[in-house]
Design a protein around this ligand. Structure first.
Ligand code: NI
Length: 257
């Protein structure tokens, strides 16, 4: 049994067919998943989906690549309110993104700190997006850790072994998506091999980047998680069943579900 820790089920390619998507996932052994919001409407939709399926959970937050579109005073109260919903198990997707440059770095840091504070207040873990900002994000998390205990997930991890080590030291979990299955990802697979069993997570990041050998298939969906699981089982030299048991236990621990 597998737990997809990161799927954008609200996405327009998945939301209208969410029943089939969840059914296909269950048939493939992906029995649990967390639907990840990226702003207020998508977070609302994710929460709505959790009410339809017993083993689907949600994360609520404002993504760093869209935060410039919102005024905090107007949208943040809705995120805070949703965070107390019984099926909401995490705060995010949040983080930093220096790739797209859709907003200033100062603004992104401000929003990220807001999510960190809410994580401290609620005890819910952070779902952290990191792109082209390894040093900046780890530095910010380490500084935040002075004020409280960081709990969270580095999602779709593509960073260095050193970044992973620093995140692990903070107590965070490291989640791998389809990219780890790609032919050219030897280095990322060696990072995955270095993650202790009790901190390893798997995800699809659906509908984005399907895993090998379904790379050309779109949209990606939670049932495809089995391919990422098989790859990581290989990396870890254990059976896919064992990999599933380990990562599902980790996901249920971090999400407290
Ligand atoms: Ni995402």
């Amino acid at each position: 049994m597998y737990f997809d820790t990161h799927a954008h089920l609200d996405n327009q390619q998945l939301s209208p067919i969410v029943e089939q998507v969840v059914q296909r996932a269950a048939a493939a052994g992906v029995s649990r998943m967390t639907a990840i919001g990226t702003d207020v409407p998508t977070s609302v939709r994710c929460v709505e989906i959790t009410e339809q399926f017993e083993h689907v959970y949600a994360a609520v937050g404002i993504h760093p690549t869209v935060c410039q579109n919102f005024v905090a005073d107007e949208v943040w109260p809705a995120i805070v309110e949703m965070a107390s919903h019984p099926k909401v198990v995490a705060i995010g997707e949040t983080g930093l993104d220096l790739h797209w440059e859709t907003s200033t770095f100062e603004l992104q840091k401000n929003w990220f700190q807001r999510h960190i504070d809410l994580s401290f207040e609620t005890g819910l873990p952070l779902v952290v997006h990191m792109r082209d900002c390894e040093t900046e994000i780890v530095t910010m998390l380490e500084q935040a850790a002075v004020a409280g205990r960081i709990i969270g997930i580095m999602h779709s991890f593509t960073g260095s072994a050193e970044t992973a080590r620093r995140c692990l030291k903070l107590g965070m979990y490291i989640s791998f998506a389809g990219m780890v299955t790609f032919k050219k990802s030897d280095e990322l697979r060696s990072v995955a091999a270095s993650i202790p069993d009790d901190r390893l997570l798997i995800e699809t990041d659906a509908p984005y980047l399907s895993p090998h050998p379904l790379r050309s298939k779109r949209p990606n969906e939670p049932s495809y998680l089995v391919h990422t699981a098989a790859c990581l089982a290989d990396v870890k030299n254990i059976s896919p069943e064992r990999l599933g048991a380990i990562t599902t236990a980790n996901a249920r621990r971090v999400f407290q579900c």
